[in-house]
Structures are given as C-alpha cells and as structure tokens.
Design a protein around this ligand. Structure first.
Ligand SMILES: Cc1cc2nc3c(=O)[nH]c(=O)nc-3n(C[C@H](O)[C@H](O)[C@H](O)COP(=O)(O)OP(=O)(O)OC[C@H]3O[C@@H](n4cnc5c(N)ncnc54)[C@H](O)[C@@H]3O)c2cc1C
Length: 566
C-alpha cells in the first residue's frame, strides 16, 4: 500500500507514524513545502518569551532527537520530502503532482490512499498596509524567528497586536515581560476572546491586561496600517493613531483548502473546510483529510464549524491512520474545548458560551461561581466559573473558567469536557463524585458548587440580577433600590459615600433586623463571593419579601472587572 500525506506538522506526522506502526509494510511518503516540520506551533508564544531559547526545541522529541526528514526516515520508516510543494492531485490517475522548490523540478507521485493535512493559513485583513515591512502573523516557525530577531535587534519600542483572540492574548506576555516593549491591542469586538467567553468573564481578563500596562482598545475600527519607506509606523483607526514598529496580525486562520478545491473535492461554501465523514474520508473515499483544513461537527449544536486546534489535529491524524490500516475509527465531533495562559491567568472553556447558546436558539441561562479553587490556605487566588445550561431541559451547554496559573482551571475543564458529549444535566454535575484533598480543591469541588448555583436558579431559590443593572441604578441613585452588603466590617470599605443606596448590615445581624427592611424596594443582597447573599436571601424570602435579588459572583466579580467596589 502506497500512502501519500500532504502536510507534515501535527495531523500529517501523527497519521504517518501510527500508520507505519499498524502497517509496517505500507510505503508512506510525507510531503511538505517547508523544511521545518513536525513542530509544536503551540510552543511558538514561548519561543517569543525566551522560555524556549533555540527554535529547534519546538521540534525535538522528549529524548532530544530533532524531528526532521532524516529522523522520520531512520526512526519511523517514513519518507519525507521537504521543500516540496504539492501542486495538484489527479484523482483519475491517483497521483500527486509535486514541485521540488529547490530546483523547480516536477514529478508525479502515485498513491493508493492520500491524506490532506494541509492545515490553515492566516486570515489577513483587507485594510491597506498589511504588506508593509514589520507586519507579521505568528503562523509558523519562520515568522516566529523573524519576530524574535526583530526584538533582539533592540529597536522595537511599540508593538500593536491586532486581534484579542486566543493567539493575541497568549503572546502579550512575551512582549511586555520578556522584551519590555509597550503593547497596544486593537480588537474589533467589544470584548476580548469574542464568542469564546462571555463578557462577565472577559471583563476580568480585560481589567488584568490593563493592570499589566496593555493599552487595550475594544471596538477598534482600523482604517489602515501606516508606513514610511515601506516600513511600518503605526495603525490608524477611525479615531486615533497608534505608533508601532512591529505589528502582529492575530486575526484568525482559515482552512487551507486550495488543493482540495482544485481536485474537485467537496469543500464547504460556508466554513471553507474540507468536508469529511466520521471516518475522515473526503468526498473521494481514497482521500482522507484532518487537522485545521477540515470542518467538524459541534456536538452540542450539530452544526459544522472550524476548530483549528492542535489537540484535534493529532487526534484526527490517529483516526485516519487506523482507518487506512483497515481498522474502524470515528471522529464524532468537537465540544470546543480550549485553554490558554495569559500572564498569570488560565482561561478555558468548553461547549457554548452564553452568547453563542442564545444565538443558537437555546433558552440559555448561566450560573456564576467565584471561589478559591482549593482550600483557602493553599489558594493561589480566586477562580471564576460559569456554567451555561438550557432552562427547558436543564442540560449543560457550556462551561468557562478563569483562574490562577495552576492546573485547577484545566482540571475542571477536563472533567466537564469529557462528559459534555454525553449531554449531562445540571443535576449530573451536582452528583458528580470528585476526589478531594484540601491542597487540591474544596470538599465540594468548584464544579459541584457551580452546579448547585445553577440548580438553585432552576428551582427559583433566588432571583438573579445583573451587576450592570445594579451599578447603573446605584449611579443614578434609584430610590427603588437598596443594596444590602452583608459582609463584616473587617471585609468592606464603606460604600455609603459613593452610593447612598448602599448599606452595610453584617450577616450575623440580618436575622435580628429582618423586620426593619423596606418591602417596597428592590433589595439587592451582596457579599464577597455570593454564598452569604444566597443564605440571607432565603431568610428574606421566608419573611415574605419578594423583591430580593442577588448579583452572582458577589463583590469579588465586579471588583475583578475593575469597578471601584472593594
Ligand atoms: C502561535 C500558535 C499557538 C497555538 N496554540 C495552540 C494551543 O495552545 N492548543 C491547540 O490545541 N492548538 C494551538 N494552535 C493550533 C495548532 O498549532 C494547529 O491546530 C495545528 O498545528 C494544526 O495542525 P495541522 O497538521 O492540521 O496543520 P499545520 O500545523 O498548519 O501544518 C500544515 C502543513 O502543511 C503544509 N502544506 C500545506 N499545503 C501544502 C502543499 N500544497 N504542499 C506541501 N505542503 C503543504 C504546510 O507547509 C504545513 O507545514 C496554535 C497555533 C499557533 C500558530
């Protein structure tokens, strides 16, 4: 069996090596237009920080061998043609037409089975100036090298990053901490990580970035990248100019589908991804495709989406190998799990954000939980959790978390992502049995507690109110509002001077004073995290008060947004 694989980074190399293990008799040829192959693109941000000194470290094995063409030939028995461009696929003749980029010679390479692992290409915005010297994408190792060389020259003072998505946020630390340059982030949407996390969490990230000295401009409308003598000088938006000697376009990627289109394979007109079945066969059963170049099913919506993640590319490479070797393996879809490190924050999520769930037609609701991720004496800081669920079915739709740079966020994310394909309910999360020891978590894990809050919402045990509404009404001194802060005097800074409608009545005095509160006002109960507010609200409801509300996440949430409430 002769198998040709186009693309030799994540999906392609995973498919090649597993196939050779399953079918040692198979002749496998990998083709890549680059000669820097089989590397961890996910490590590129850490090459920029300097944590990785030499670029070769992103393509070494755990036993320090460099994964180049020689390595694949000698260790894996896979022939690798680098600096070789696959120009065309002739499906009738079953050949790939290639051009050797070093001498421009062409050749036809026959195949029995073909794998497309051609990845993605950066989405380059259409505004003028994107081709100026000093404008980069961080799409591959070559660009990462060029960016670091430029930083090493010591002439970069101002960096503008266009896009506050996954990659935009991951690389900030490199510029400010490792290289001490000033950074402006221009984001089109009104929040960072748009569609990935909801504003009640993104505002925590935004506040942290501003505290780190990042100039973060949301709702940015870029007109052009301005240059002088072909060198970049800055970015002009509708209302401002941001000087820059280095610009990173972190504006997303699109599937690299050119070869597939040319070969007449089915490519989605909506996503641009190559269409595959569960076994990752394209519309031609002898041609498989995987990684960033394909579209995949979102398990919760049933819709086809793009999910360009190294985790999936590797998984899909393995599935392709199993199927080509004669086995039966399926890729059933994605639940959209992601995690990233941004300075000292871990930010992760799976499933649908609240905003996306609503736009997908779900009757969605969310619960917010703020707590230490482990017993407070072992805590590295507060964590913020949000559980999105469907009000009609109580099914979990999504989960998001921000926490300190520990494994806590990942642990919760993994637990939920691993059961999400089985459509768990909020009750299932309440019942989830999770191991406990104080250095790791709390007796009821944050997942359980977040689910308790969701369950209390479902059963109407408390009435939520948005913090934004509370803040607006406080600022406008709404006479129908009274905020009752039940924290103890040691915990709070009196807010009465700032907001006349804000009173402090410590938690332990509520029962004795319960008859003294007005019944004709909206009473908003706040505490540090939310637990005491809930308990106090139950006392009020029991006493016949109906207009009693809780802003989820307590004062900790709004103060993490940067509001002057302590
Ligand atoms: C900075 C950065 C950080 C990231 N961080 C994460 C992370 O933390 N977690 C995560 O899960 N994912 C992350 N990713 C995404 C992850 O790297 C990709 O999902 C993964 O590399 C996709 O693998 P792939 O094999 O599909 O394609 P690619 O890695 O894009 O490889 C495709 C290869 O195909 C070659 N090729 C394409 N067309 C041809 C042709 N016609 N002829 C010959 N060769 C061709 C290309 O040269 C390329 O080498 C990150 C990506 C970047 C850029």
């Amino acid at each position: 069996m002769k198998v040709v694989i186009i693309g030799a980074v994540a999906c392609g190399t995973r498919a090649a090596c597993r196939l050779k293990r399953l079918r040692p008799d198979a002749e496998i040829i990998m083709i890549d237009k680059d000669d820097f192959i089989s590397y961890g693109a996910c490590l590129l941000p850490y090459y920029l920080t300097g944590d990785i000194f030499n670029i070769d470290e992103i393509r070494t094995t755990s036993f320090r061998a460099i994964r180049d063409a020689e390595f694949f030939k000698n260790c894996k028995g896979v022939i690798t043609l680098t600096k070789t461009l696959a120009e065309e696929i002739d499906r009738q003749k079953k050949v790939v037409k290639v051009k050797y980029l070093e001498n421009n010679k062409t050749e036809e390479i026959p195949y029995d089975k073909l794998v497309l692992a051609t990845g993605a290409v950066p989405k380059v915005p259409l505004f003028p100036g994107v081709d100026l010297e000093g404008v980069f994408t961080l799409s591959n190792a070559y660009n990462a090298k060029k960016i670091r060389e430029k930083l090493e020259e010591g002439k970069v003072e101002n960096v503008v990053i266009i896009g506050a998505g996954f990659i935009g946020l991951e690389i900030l630390e490199a510029f400010t901490e490792a290289w001490g340059v000033s950074v402006t982030v221009l984001e089109y949407f009104p929040q960072v990580l748009p569609r990935l996390i909801d504003p009640f969490l993104s505002r925590i990230v935004e506040n942290n970035l501003r505290k780190k000295g990042i100039k973060l401009i949301l709702n940015a409308r870029i007109k052009e990248i301005v240059g002088e003598n072909r060198k970049v000088k800055g970015v002009k938006t509708e209302d401002n100019f941001y000087p820059a000697d280095l610009i990173i376009l972190a504006t997303g990627v699109r599937p690299n589908n050119e070869l597939a289109k040319k070969a007449g394979l089915l490519v989605s007109p909506f996503t641009g991804g190559i269409v595959v079945n569960e076994r990752l066969q394209t519309s031609d059963p002898d041609i498989y495709a995987g990684g960033d170049c394909i579209e995949v099913i979102h398990i919760l919506t049933g819709k086809k989406i793009l999910m360009p993640q190294g985790s999936l590319a590797n998984k899909q490479g393995r599935i392709i190998a199993t199927n080509i070797a004669g086995g039966y393996a399926r890729f059933k879809g994605t639940v959209g799990s992601f995690i990233l490190k941004c300075y000292d924050m871990s930010i992760g999520g799976c499933g649908l954000s609240y905003g996306v769930a609503c736009s997908e037609g779900f009757d969605a609701m969310y619960a917010i939980n703020v707590q230490h991720e482990r017993a407070h004496i072992f805590s590295y800081g507060g964590s913020y959790y949000s559980l999105i669920f469907d009000k009609k079915t109580n099914k979990v739709l999504g989960f998001q978390s921000i926490g300190p740079f520990t494994d806590g966020t990942l642990a919760r994310l993994h637990a939920i992502a691993s059961i999400l394909p089985y459509k768990p309910s909020v009750e299932d999360l309440v019942e989830l049995e999770l191991a406990y020891s104080p250095p790791f978590n709390t007796a009821l894990d944050p997942i359980n507690i977040t689910a308790h809050i969701a369950e209390n919402l479902i059963y109407g045990r408390f009435k939520p109110i948005e913090w934004d509404e509370v803040l607006n009404r406080l600022k406008n001194e709404d006479p129908n509002l009274l905020v009752i802060d039940v924290r103890t005097p040691e915990e709070f800074r009196p807010m009465k001077d700032k907001y006349p409608n804000w009173i402090n009545v410590p938690y332990n005095e509520i029962r004795s004073k319960i008859k003294t509160f007005p019944k004709d006002k909206d009473l908003v109960i706040v505490c540090s995290l939310g637990a005491r507010s809930y308990e106090v609200s139950r006392i009020f409801y029991h006493e016949g008060y109906e207009r009693v509300y809780i802003p989820m996440g307590g004062v900790s949430l709004v103060s993490a947004w940067g509001e002057d409430i302590k």
